[in-house]
Write a new protein. Structure first.
Lengths: 322, 377
């Protein structure tokens, strides 16, 4: 099985013949089971993308669902090769855990869910509103800071459990509900009339979520990082699951380098040169992954927002393949 | 005209027996004695009926009348006024039973179940002969068959790793393994704790008090998170096996105390009589003491089994999905998210757990009655 930090993870993975990927134990849009029990979701697709880069087979991956308490330990002791489990990138985790973040595949942050009938279009109009939230979380502190910074008053309605908060909001005990935006969208789905509610555009905290690997294995770190960048570059260059084969003959040198028609970029991270073409062909580009799992093509209907490409008003930005 | 001559002192025929007064028979009598015998009881009865009227109709309406029975996605379950989303359970039923066990290999789980039932039914019916052979099959042959069938890797059966197991399969594997191991281990520990040999007594006490002193969730957590730290890197043993060992040791300690309770209930004279007959320690235990002691503690044993069965849900902490775990996991499937999905899933889990526990408790009552030869109330 996989070794400790410092060992060549890529060699281990190649020897095993599959990637062992740590995922969430059930989170809508990120790692969820379908009717047959197959895993799907944004984080799951990142695992599949890495597996495809190595084996050209999105099925060459085994998933280990990990609880919050287990996740870092499981990666550290080699139980999993990478962790793709909606983990917030913080300085502490990035520097003192013996782990390192390989990128941000989802910029999350605290937002507000309100009833459409309230007629509110911005969080700045929430003066005097009653806001439902969970006790003792950073969410509660962020909420207080935000209203104070904007000189607004509010009436906090706090509960111990997530389910209580949802029920209270659904029954109309408060005007707004606040938690991380990805959570707001999945909560909205479980409300009695999802279409009567809207997530406001303001995001009041930084929760960058991304995949992690062990410190000390730069080849593996580079591989996971560049799988993420390849997905972003593919979207930026308009390479999709449907057109990736035609795109290989494109004249655009950026596309030719991405898809391995030009240069030796794959071999630099220990892969074949058509690694990125294989990824896009089996899981799609970043935009397709987003849409399918959490975006417009999914029941969650999460807006791209910060996760749009830098060319489209977001902050998803990848260094070029050159 | 009637003459004195015709009058008899004694009736020649019996008067027909009159029916008892209406308020002393049938439903009315029953209600008078059981429901309205006093002011307090009358009030309680009325309160109870009102409570049932208040709770039962909405429940029936939710679970049956306005429930959604068929559908392919949440769209079918979010119609206004919809009740339970049984379509969700239907779509996920395979997962709830087998977890993510390879689809084409699920017949192996079914076959294992059939083999188990085939062994249990004749064992449970007292009249069926060959109990010794039957027990041998259940305790030796069946476990081997079950491991080969479920795990595979032998006789051309493809290997199915335990990470893919889930649902009721994991619940039953954990519960049954726990029960089968905890019973003999518990008896040995109980005997050890009452032994005259100081080392054995000390070790038994330490074992029992340690495992009873730590919560099961801690045991599982240690097995899952701490164990890999102590093991050399690269040694990585099966999560399910870790959980099985944890659960078995844990329930053995509880079982030991239950059995010890039974041992203490046996009068000293029984021991002395057995010894006077010249029986060795083990024969005394096997022939005289344990049969009586275990009979006394049947309710305690079944109690432990039932609580063990329900405790299996804790294996979720080590990333194994038992029945409840896999139902909760599927709440995250956005294809099925609706206001009624969680309630429906929990109702289904509750029903399955209740069914198993109820069967266990019924069988225990039956066994108690059958063996209750000396202590009938």
């Amino acid at each position: 099985m996989a070794g400790v930090a410092g060992a060549a993870t890529l060699d281990d993975v190649k020897a095993k013949g599959f990637l062992q990927c740590g995922v969430h134990t059930g989170l809508a849009g990120f790692s969820q089971p379908d009717n047959a029990g197959e895993w799907s979701g944004m984080d799951v697709d990142y695992c599949r993308a890495v597996a495809t880069a190595i084996f050209n087979d999105p099925k060459a991956v085994k998933f280990t669902p990990l609880s919050p308490a287990e996740r870092f330990e499981a990666l550290k002791n080699g139980e999993v090769d990478m962790l793709s489990r909606t983990t917030t990138w913080t300085m502490d985790r990035d520097t003192t855990y013996g782990l390192v973040f390989a990128g941000v595949n989802y910029y999350d942050g605290q937002g507000f869910l309100v009833r459409k009938s309230l007629g509110v279009t911005s969080a700045l109009e929430l003066t005097g509103a009653s806001v439902c939230t969970q006790t003792g979380t950073t969410t509660e502190l962020n909420l207080a800071d935000y209203f104070k910074a904007n000189n607004m008053t509010y009436n906090p309605v706090v509960f111990e459990k997530q389910a209580e908060v949802t029920a209270a909001y659904d029954s109309g005990r408060c005007d707004a509900y606040t938690t991380d935006a990805s959570g707001l969208y999945s909560t909205r789905l479980s409300l009695t009339n999802p279409d009567d509610h809207v997530v406001l555009p303001e995001i009041i905290s930084k929760e960058p979520l991304g995949p992690l690997v062990r410190q000390g294995d730069f080849q593996w770190f580079g591989l996971v990082k560049w799988v993420h960048y390849a997905l972003l570059n593919a979207e930026e260059l308009g390479v999709t699951q449907a057109n990736v084969d035609q795109m290989k003959t494109s004249e655009n040198p950026d596309i030719r380098r991405l898809l391995g028609a030009e240069g030796e970029f794959g071999s630099g991270i220990g892969l074949s040169n058509d690694w990125a073409a294989n990824i896009v062909k089996s899981v799609g580009n970043y935009g397709e992954i987003f849409d399918r799992n959490v975006g417009a093509g999914s029941p969650l209907q999460i807006a791209r927002g910060l996760n749009a490409l830098w060319t489209k008003g977001g902050i998803q930005y990848a260094p070029p393949i050159r | 005209m009637t003459t004195a001559h015709d009058l008899a002192y004694v009736r020649k025929e019996e008067e027909p027996i009159l029916a008892p007064p209406r308020h002393e028979v049938g439903a009315i009598k029953w209600m008078r004695t059981n429901l309205f015998s006093s002011a307090t009881n009358t009030a309680l009865t009325i309160f109870g009926i009102l409570f049932l009227l208040w709770t039962v109709p909405p429940l029936i309406n939710w679970a049956f009348i306005s429930a959604v029975w068929t559908g392919d996605s949440r769209e079918d379950c979010i119609v206004p006024g919809a009740g339970a989303c049984w379509a969700f359970v239907k779509a996920k039923f395979g997962q709830f039973m087998y977890g993510r066990y390879t689809l084409s290999e699920r017949w192996r789980v079914d076959l294992t179940g059939i083999l188990l039932i085939a062994g249990l039914i004749p064992m449970a019916i007292p009249r069926v002969p060959w109990k010794r052979q039957n027990a041998l099959y259940l305790l030796v042959v069946f476990p081997i068959l079950a491991v080969i069938l479920l795990l595979g890797g032998y006789f051309g059966l493809p290997y199915v790793e335990t990470a893919l197991w889930g649902g009721l399969l994991v619940t039953l594997v954990v519960a049954i393994t726990g029960m089968v191991i905890s019973m003999p281990l518990g008896i040995l520990l109980a005997l050890g704790r009452r032994s005259n040999l100081p080392v054995i007594r000390f070790l038994s006490v330490v074992f029992i008090e340690f495992w009873r002193g730590v919560p099961l969730i801690t045991v599982l957590f240690m097995a899952s998170v701490m164990l890999p730290i102590f093991l050399p890197p690269g040694v990585n043993f099966d999560k399910l096996l870790r959980a099985l060992i944890g659960v078995a040791l844990f329930s053995s300690a509880y079982m030991a105390e239950v059995v010890r309770g039974g041992l203490q209930a046996i009068a000293r004279g029984q021991y002395e009589a057995a010894q006077a007959l010249g029986l060795s320690y083990w024969r005394m235990m096997r022939l005289i003491i344990l049969p009586q002691a275990l009979k006394v503690v049947i309710p305690g044993i079944v109690n432990s089994f039932i609580s063990l069965f329900k405790d299996t849900s804790l294996v979720l902490i080590v990333g194994l999905f038992d029945l409840l775990g896999i139902i909760q996991l599927n709440f995250s499937d956005t294809t099925w998210t609706s206001p009624n999905t969680p309630a429906t899933g929990y109702a289904f889990a509750a029903f399955v757990f209740w069914l198993f526990c109820f069967l266990m408790s019924r069988y225990s009552i039956y066994t108690e009655r059958r063996l209750n030869t000396g202590y009938r109330r």
